[in-house]
Design a protein around this ligand. Structure first.
Ligand SMILES: Cc1ncc(C[n+]2csc(CCOP(=O)(O)OP(=O)(O)O)c2C)c(N)n1
Ligand SMILES: [Mg+2]
Length: 614
């Protein structure tokens, strides 16, 4: 077999087993052919029609599609991605970083320059005067959890199992890159037959050390105001039921990170919703006063810790249940290095009949009620003539079924959705907020839909995000994978525009306007037609001029036969506020502008709340 044929033969036979259930790990290959892969991986794919090949429009989107598929599958399945050498390969760098930051398995197989070297420099080769062992694929090293380059066909015999170990590891997973020089891809080798036997990778559920559990249980039993922070690990470990039982039995409230949202249904009595910089009133007040924080599967991003200002109780202690040692040790916590579901089940009996004090329980339910009333207010704001974004979210939520999935990643959407979306089932809220990568949403939504065609999938994007990467709409039409894309048109970047205004910069460079006679970008609005654009890519497209139109369009989208894009204009100024939280974005220490100097003074005051946890 050629090296490329052997790789496909190997990928077809990889399985994972989780809780006794065995499933195929690779759903197929996504990619774009060029001279660096067409004759190698391309030839091998043609010869293996049972390994689905999906032609995409941009290699970055291929990686997002694979990551979306992996996230929706709780990391039990993914796609491999093939690219040519040069620009096709570097297009994957952003996707790889997004996958690695979010701890999602994706396999990248970029083409590479000739190992033989005699024809160098080949088309698209980056030459280096100080080494011949450098190509653009080295850019993928820091964004990959495993990186390798194959110079001889037999090297894949030892490389592929390593790649699988990392991809299926609950603690190590992320992007895995195997760079494939175009000449090596087509070289033949007598591979051992054992390489192509079915292989099953068991998804481990490591239990916790007894000493760590005992220590953690002591802390919890002596605490008066404990709080759980549920991260993405709760979903990946499929620990949602274990967490629901644990919270109900102890009365400990649960705040959710972006990746962890949906760990509990929104109406679970202990669910206090989003936590941190984009958190709810209830969760942020509870975090402020908590004396014991139990992080479950969270990596404590700055949005979760409100840039280290969220926890103001001077006696606060942390317990971290995490399968990754790296995360378990954060915040100087008692590290419980274990699978989330195993550890919650082991911890529960050690707490005896521990229950949070009655006064605390009363406060949790009062704040939760207060928060739900705030969501209702924002859902039915009744702004005129254009709706607020919160009303658009409310309308989608009211039109959606309990199992429908909402996908988003960047703009003002993650903050608003984190607060407002009322998740009803696990994985119903799919937010990429590790890398917050504009352009993730549409390809990832296609991946989510492919992972579970029984769920309706909404991709929620801004006009800025839509313009960055609408092209995979064509792929959704090609594959008959229907998604519903909501484009919120607020004429540019409401999020960064708002941030810019808050930092004293007045929204500079964040609106979609023509360059005016003054030389600035403050002329007429750009004449952009997103409906026509979406239609040109093969989608069904609807323009909604107001909230009533939008609601009708949502109903119509349930009956269309292909990807449907709904474009709705909103009032850019009607933003969902923050709720007793903060995010550190550094402001210029000296400036010629009084508004920047004012923002700096406020910034210095806010930073005083930042803490170290030692
Ligand atoms: C690839 C990428 N580039 C830049 C950013 C920085 N960024 C975050 S939000 C945003 C604006 C998004 O605009 P839009 O999609 O219209 O959403 P809105 O802010 O209007 O809600 C930008 C530029 C990013 N997150 N990702
Ligand atoms: Mg916008």
């Amino acid at each position: 077999m050629t090296a490329a044929q052997a790789i496909i033969a190997f990928l077809k036979r990889q399985y994972v087993e989780c809780d006794g259930e065995r499933t195929r790990f690779f759903a197929g290959m996504l990619g774009i052919f060029g001279h660096g892969n067409v004759a190698g991986i391309g030839q091998a794919l043609q010869q293996n029609p049972d390994f689905r090949y999906i032609l995409v429009r941009n290699e970055q989107s291929a990686v997002h599609m694979a990551a979306g598929y992996a996230k929706a599958s709780n990391r039990l399945a993914t796609f491999a991605c093939t690219s040519s050498i040069g620009p096709g390969a570097t297009n994957m760098v952003t996707g790889a970083a997004a996958a690695t930051v979010n701890r999602l398995p994706v396999l990248l197989l970029p083409g590479d320059i000739f190992a033989r070297r005699n024809v160098a420099p080949v088309l698209q080769q980056l030459e280096s005067p100080n080494s011949q062992d450098v190509s653009v694929n080295d850019c993928l090293r820091p964004v990959s959890r495993y990186w390798d380059r194959i110079y001889r066909p037999e090297q894949i015999i030892t490389c592929l199992p390593e790649a699988m170990r990392v991809l299926t590891s609950p603690s190590e997973t992320g992007a895995v890159t195997i760079a494939l020089p175009q000449d090596v891809q087509v070289e033949a080798y007598e591979y051992p037959a054992e390489l192509f036997q079915d292989r099953v990778w068991t998804i481990r559920r490591p239990g916790a050390e007894t000493a760590a559990l005992t220590h953690a249980a002591e802390f919890i039993r002596s605490s008066k105001r404990p709080l759980i922070i549920a991260g993405g690990g709760v979903l990946y470990s499929r620990a949602t039921e274990a967490l629901a039982t644990f919270a109900a039995k102890t009365g400990i409230p649960v705040g959710e990170t972006q990746a962890g949202k949906g760990a509990l249904p929104f109406d679970h009595p202990q669910c206090v919703g989003a936590i941190g910089a984009t958190g709810t009133l209830a969760a942020n007040r509870l975090a402020r006063d908590a004396d014991c924080v139990i992080g479950v599967g969270t990596r404590y991003s700055d949005f979760t810790t409100a840039s280290m200002t969220a926890f103001q109780n001077h006696n606060v202690k942390f317990i971290n249940i995490n399968v990754a040692e790296f995360d378990a040790f954060k915040m100087s916590a008692v590290p419980v290095v274990a699978d989330a579901r195993s550890a919650l089940k082991e911890l529960a009996p050690l707490l005896g009949d521990y229950k949070v004090p009655n006064s605390y329980a009363g406060q949790i339910s009062a704040w939760k009620r207060e928060w739900e009333a705030e969501v209702d207010r924002l859902f039915h704001f009744n702004a005129q003539p254009l709706p607020a974004q919160s009303e658009v979210i409310g309308a989608i939520w009211e039109a959606a079924g309990p199992r429908d999935v909402l996908v988003s990643a960047a703009g003002s959407h993650p903050g608003d959705l984190h607060k407002l979306w009322r998740t009803r089932t696990p994985n119903g809220y799919h937010m990429e907020y590790g890398y917050s990568c504009m352009g993730y949403e549409i390809p990832a939504a296609i991946g989510v839909k492919m992972a579970d065609p029984s769920r309706t999938v909404y991709a929620f994007v801004g006009d800025g995000t839509y313009l960055m990467a609408p092209s995979e709409i064509a792929t959704s039409v090609q594959e008959d994978v229907k998604i519903v894309i909501i484009v919120v048109n607020n004429f540019g970047f409401a999020s960064i525009g708002g941030l810019s205004a808050a930092l004293g910069l007045g929204g500079f460079g964040t609106e979609y306007r023509k360059r005016s006679a003054s030389g600035q970008l403050n002329g007429d609005r750009l004449p952009l037609d997103y409906v026509a654009n979406a239609r040109s890519l093969g989608a069904h497209a609807i323009h909604a001029a107001n909230l009533a139109d939008f609601k009708a369009a949502l109903e119509q989208s349930k009956t269309t036969d292909r990807t449907t894009v709904i474009v709705v204009e909103t009032d850019r100024k009607l933003r969902v506020p923050g709720y007793e939280s903060w995010w550190d974005v550094a402001v210029a220490e000296v400036s010629e502008s009084e508004s920047v100097r004012k923002a700096r003074r406020e910034y210095e005051v806010a930073r005083k709340k930042q803490r170290f946890f030692l």
